[in-house]
Write a protein that binds this ligand. Structure first.
Ligand code: BEZ
Ligand code: FE
Length: 290
């Protein structure tokens, strides 16, 4: 079929029945093909959504105001649109689409907004907890390939909240800079280790429009307790992931859907009831670069 020379002439005026076609007919023939594909789908789904929901003018204005407030909440330290994507499950969906399962590698999960570039490199065994709060935890393990061979020289970049449930960057001047952050390099046997504190669950920032929306939907703001990791090695796919303690009450209610069963670690009690201490043995598996 030959394309119409002036496609908009088929849909010259707006009508409810053909609303998406009317808009799409105006798209120029030389539009970048991927942009055309994305916008065609976005416009079709948006019109179908509005036809299904049939908002009043007032409701549509509420939606516009929500998006406006979301934009106003964004700064160098706060990305409310990413939080919106996270809480609607879209961040995890994009990650699932872009990371193949079943290659034997450690599964990915959400990066989150509190990663800091260039954290300090620390010696294996070092303590990343600089504020002395929390129940001591030793993390040790190996980075291996999918055949189980150790990967020497891999980097294990770890970060987490303090025992009050805040990242250092959320409490500048309160917590020491680079509290609970560090990069460790694996030895010849692929081993890494560090000391920290047992992570606790904490709320995502909920003082903005996304928090209000969660509240209105009767959803909680808590993230299941976790330690974040980025594991990298030359010639391998990078893994961005977390490890979760199994006793966290929010594993199945994580506000951003970041929990995967394979990422729940065996945090073992090594202390006493009056002086709890913990140990996590955890190996990361990397797949070869694609
Ligand atoms: C986090 O784990 O740091 C996080 C992830 C998504 C939204 C907010 C926080
Ligand atoms: Fe986190």
């Amino acid at each position: 079929m030959t394309a119409l020379k002036r496609p908009w002439t088929k849909y010259p005026y707006f009508e409810e029945d053909t609303s998406a076609e009317v808009v799409l007919a105006r798209m120029g023939a030389a539009t970048d093909p991927r942009l055309a594909e994305v916008m065609t789908s976005a416009i079709k789904h948006l019109h179908a959504f509005v036809k299904e929901v049939r908002p009043t003018h007032e409701e549509w204005l509420t939606a516009i105001k929500f998006l406006t407030e979301t934009g106003h909440m964004c700064s160098d330290w706060r990305q409310e649109y990413i939080l919106l994507s996270d809480t609607l499950g879209v961040t995890m969906l994009v990650d699932a689409i872009n990371h193949s399962h079943g290659d034997g590698a450690t599964e990915n999960t959400i990066l989150g907004p509190f990663y800091v570039e260039n954290p300090p490199h620390r010696e294996n065994g070092a303590n990343i907890c600089l504020d002395g709060k929390g129940e001591p935890l030793t993390v040790q393990g190996r980075v291996v390939d999918t055949a189980g061979n150790p990967i020497a020289g891999a980097t294990v970049d770890a970060w987490q909240t303090n025992d009050d449930g805040f990242y250092d960057v959320q409490q500048k001047g309160v917590q020491p800079d680079m509290n609970l952050r560090g990069i460790f390099t694996t030895d010849a046997k692929g081993r890494f280790s560090f000391r920290s504190v047992k992570p606790r669950y904490y709320p995502i920032p909920f003082d903005g429009p996304v928090g209000k929306l969660l509240g209105a939907m009767q959803r909680g703001p808590n993230r299941a307790a976790h330690i974040h990791f980025i594991v990298k090695a030359q010639g391998f796919e990078t893994v961005i992931t977390h490890v979760f303690p199994p006793d966290c009450p929010y594993l199945e209610l994580d506000a951003v859907f970041g929990v995967k069963e394979t990422l729940i670690g065996d945090f073992r009690q090594t202390g006493t009831p009056s002086a709890p201490e913990w140990q996590l043995d955890w190996d990361f598996t990397l797949a070869p670069s694609r």
